[in-house]
Write a protein that binds this ligand. Structure first.
Ligand code: GLN
Length: 532
């Protein structure tokens, strides 16, 4: 008996990194605009339980969800496009699914049986897919299978969706690359043909092919792909390169993609509303100006480590009709004397010091914050950036010379940032930080309170250190305002300096709760101050 939920599965071919996630996020957005409730699942075929233990230089940013799970950065795109809050169950990894099956085996759930990849692991996966749909109340579930067809790693997941399609309504979309060779100037179809053939060998026939290419697919190429891949020409979709990812839903809409998917499921459009989205994309594509923003950090050679901040800026500036031009500043260069802080920040309309770990580059970050504070340049500090702002204030305003975080200098005379008491006894690294959404109470009359427009708010966290309570009095007496605190007043969550254009920071990560239609208030406030 089918469970009543419809499933759209996207698989990848030819290359990784073609943007299956963005395609699915966009399709999800369109299905929402037609009145359907959707929920995504992203499958990452690595053995790690989650992305929390992976180096962001290798795997991009670690995204944090409300429930405290640390997941692949693609989940961030789903939340940003769909305006949804998901749970850890929307991210399946090889590690998670094997752990679930092994835990069951140890408990004796399969007693007497030989536990096998098929049917036990594939069966567990199918149950997982259905449970996520049921828990979220979604009508359509979007399943993205990471990796590329032909990889050993994702075979079990492909098999699970093949089995799923024997009982349930499943639409398969295969995402491939149609390269255009410079010399011949022709769009080439062979990689797609071969990749579809490999998918068929796995027992899956695609209903749609989504072809990534430099330009829109030519008519004759679409027909050729249709003939060789056995897919109706109308279902060969074109995904040309775009500068603005938020335009993808509009490009898909012009090809009637969501209507075609609904039609396959025998469903109708209930409503149609992409107006607001279109308006913002229009504003983003025709900005009134570009505002220079400095971003400091150490993974500067891999901007994927900060993708949520970049998107949060685009949402905020885009909604205001502007664009942010990010200048990446490697703060180790500042502390090693290779770069002067005034040269690095010359002409910048705003400065962001984002989160991070370890000691490298922290002195350079503190110098940038001092410069922003003294020269009244809008400053936004996030997590580590918040902690560094406290250190600057302690050293340079409160005269606590040598103040530091014990993460950076365990012997500092003034440990203004120290490890959270509950973190002291933890030895394991995976999923053990202070993670996920925590409430904060915002003080009346502060900038932050004005930005959020309410007293009680919630933001996501990912840290081990906090403001040392022994120094709060001293910092506040010298003019620093802790404008947001945890409900028990034990943890400092937001800070600001009054009579500054915008000098605000938070122990949280507001970049994880922003969407195109609803930019995060901290970023919106920061953007307004930078534009001013
Ligand atoms: N390293 C700091 C801590 O653990 C900040 C973490 C972060 O910026 N995400 O508290």
């Amino acid at each position: 008996m089918p469970c009543g939920v419809k499933f759209v599965v996207v698989t990848g071919g030819v290359l990784s990194g073609l943007g299956k996630g963005l395609f699915m996020s966009s399709l999800g957005r369109l299905l929402q605009s037609k009145g359907y409730k959707v929920i995504p699942i992203k499958i990452d075929p690595y053995v790690n339980i989650d992305a929390g233990t992976m180096n962001p230089t290798e795997h991009g940013e670690v995204f944090v969800m409300d429930d405290g799970s640390e997941v692949d950065m693609d989940l961030g795109n789903y939340e940003r496009f769909l305006g949804l809050k998901m749970t850890t169950d929307s991210n399946i990894t090889t590690g998670k699914i094997f752990k679930a099956v092994i835990d069951k085996e140890r408990k004796g759930d399969y007693l007497g049986k030989t536990v096998q990849l098929i049917p036990h692991v594939t069966g567990e996966l199918q149950e997982w897919y259905k449970k996520v749909a049921k828990d979220s109340g979604a009508e359509i579930e979007l399943i993205e299978i990471g990796g590329t067809v032909g990889d050993i790693e994702n075979q079990i997941f492909l098999e699970s969706v093949r089995e799923l399609s024997l009982e349930e309504d499943v639409v398969f979309i295969h995402c491939t690359l149609v390269p255009q060779l410079k010399v011949v100037g022709e769009q080439k179809t062979k990689p797609t043909q071969q990749s579809v053939r490999m998918l068929r060998e796995m027992g899956i026939t695609p209903d749609f092919i989504f072809c990534r290419s430099e330009r829109i697919l030519l008519d004759n190429i679409q027909k050729k792909l249709s003939r060789f891949c056995g897919v109706d020409p109308e279902y060969v979709l074109s995904g040309p390169d775009l500068d603005n990812i938020y335009e993808i839903p509009l490009v898909l809409e012009r090809q009637g993609v969501s209507e075609k998917v609904l039609e396959k499921f025998g469903l109708r459009e209930r409503e149609k509303d992409m107006r607001e989205w279109k308006e913002i994309v229009e504003k983003m594509n025709n900005p009134k100006g570009k505002i220079k923003i400095a971003m400091t950090g150490k993974y500067m050679y891999l901007h994927d480590s900060y993708v949520s901040i970049r998107e949060a800026l685009r949402h905020a500036f885009g909604n205001l009709g502007y664009d942010a031009e990010i200048k990446w500043i490697e703060t180790t260069d500042i502390e090693e004397g290779k770069l002067k802080v005034e040269d690095a920040l010359k002409g910048m309309k705003g400065i962001i010091v984002p989160g991070g770990f370890g000691s490298r580059g922290t002195e350079g970050k503190i110098e940038c914050i001092k410069y922003a504070r003294e020269n009244k340049i809008p400053f936004l500090g996030l997590c580590l950036g918040f902690q560094m702002a406290v250190i600057d204030y302690a050293r340079n305003v409160c005269d606590l010379s040598g103040a530091n975080s014990t993460e950076v200098d365990s012997k500092t005379p003034y440990p203004v940032i120290d490890i959270l008491p509950e973190q002291k006894k933890i030895n394991e690294k995976g999923g053990t930080m202070r993670l996920g959404a925590y409430p904060a109470v915002l003080k009346e009359g502060t900038l932050v309170r004005k930005l959020y427009g309410k007293e009680k708010i919630s933001e996501r966290h990912r840290h081990r250190y906090e403001v040392n309570p022994d120094y709060i009095d001293k910092l506040e007496k010298n003019g620093l305002i802790f404008s947001g605190v945890s409900p028990d007043r034990r943890l400092m969550e937001f800070l600001e300096i009054p009579k500054h254009k915008f000098f605000a920071a938070t122990q949280a990560h507001p970049e994880f709760t922003t969407s195109l239609l609803k930019p995060n208030p901290m970023f919106l406030g920061f953007a307004k101050a930078c534009i001013d």
